[in-house]
Design a protein around this ligand. Structure first.
Ligand SMILES: [Zn+2]
Length: 301
């Protein structure tokens, strides 16, 4: 408790206690913090928003800002990284495609060149065309099959895709588009191209470019239709707690990533019925440490 560090008679810090509990530079900083003469009770306050109340969204923005500050210190790509993560968070796509999008942005798809770098010998050649080593940009963009799919999208800036040498440059092109739907199209089409690639890897029958394009459109349309249903929760919600209508369930999820990169991230979920009774709950450790944005997406999965 902070109050145990304060002398209630002098209404000032107890220097010996502070110096005994904290590192010297921390103690110096603490002892310079002025104290209220009212000595009000301790309270937990979240500095991420004006109300002082913790929300996942505010934690996400703080984490994104910390990442930007770190990136700016290391290179000039900070703004770019923040722009991409902000846009990923807002995508109106199924959770599985959002997770896929996060993996694309951190170069986390198991393309053959990536597997080779990790010492897993699966061959180099693209399993779709067999003509080129399978890099991330080849698999999703420059493979002849992928280009046939992209060319079916009328708004696709194909000339820009052909010039790109790194997939993150392509993501940036779509993040900068004035039409927010373009980024959703980009990831939905990329996901279906990857889905088709995986069918072939598992010796299943592949799809035609037209079927891949149709699948992407159907995935987007189904998601938009499902989300235009007027859910009872949205009716009365003004940001406060609203009881569920009879027969509905509420699912809350959360993901956590420790600051220490050596510890694994974790996710949790809880399902409650309209009376608030817990119907199901889950908490599990993930196989590795992931960025906070990615962990939140995995929690939704
Ligand atoms: Zn190919």
């Amino acid at each position: 408790m902070v109050s145990s560090l304060i002398d209630h008679e002098t209404k000032w810090w107890k220097p010996n206690v502070v110096k005994a509990l904290f590192l010297p530079f921390e103690a110096d900083t603490i002892l310079k913090i002025p104290l209220s003469q009212n000595l009000s009770d301790d309270a937990l306050i979240w500095i991420g928003n004006k109300k002082g109340v913790f929300t996942v969204k505010s934690a996400y923005f703080i984490a994104a800002k910390l990442q930007v500050d770190k990136d700016v210190g290391e290179s000039s790509s900070g703004d770019l990284s923040a722009l991409i993560w902000r846009n990923l968070w807002k995508l109106k796509l199924p959770a599985k495609i959002k997770i896929f999008s996060g993996r694309v942005c951190v170069n986390g798809l198991p393309v053959y060149m990536k597997m080779m770098e990790r010492g897993i010998q699966l061959g180099w050649d693209c399993p779709v065309c067999g003509d080129e080593p399978e890099s991330l940009i080849h698999a999703l963009i420059s493979c002849d099959f992928a280009l046939s799919v992209w060319s079916l999208w009328q708004d696709c800036p194909l000339h820009l895709l052909l010039k790109a040498t790194d997939l993150i440059d392509v993501v940036h092109i779509f993040c900068s588009s004035p039409n927010a739907e373009h980024l959703e199209y980009f990831f939905a089409i990329s996901w279906t191209i990857w889905h088709n690639r995986n069918l072939l890897v598992h010796n299943e029958k592949g799809l035609s470019p037209l079927q891949v394009w149709d699948l992407a459109r159907n995935v987007m349309n189904d998601f938009h239709e499902a989300n235009t249903v007027l859910w009872p929760m949205e009716h009365a919600s003004n940001g406060g707690w609203v009881a569920l209508l009879a027969g509905y369930f509420k699912v809350n999820v959360d993901g956590a990533s420790p600051l220490d990169d050596h510890r694994v991230s974790g996710v949790g979920a809880i399902v409650r019925d309209d009376s608030g009774n817990i119907v199901a709950a889950l908490s599990k450790a993930l196989p590795s440490h992931y960025p906070v944005e990615w962990t939140e997406l995995l929690a939704m999965e």
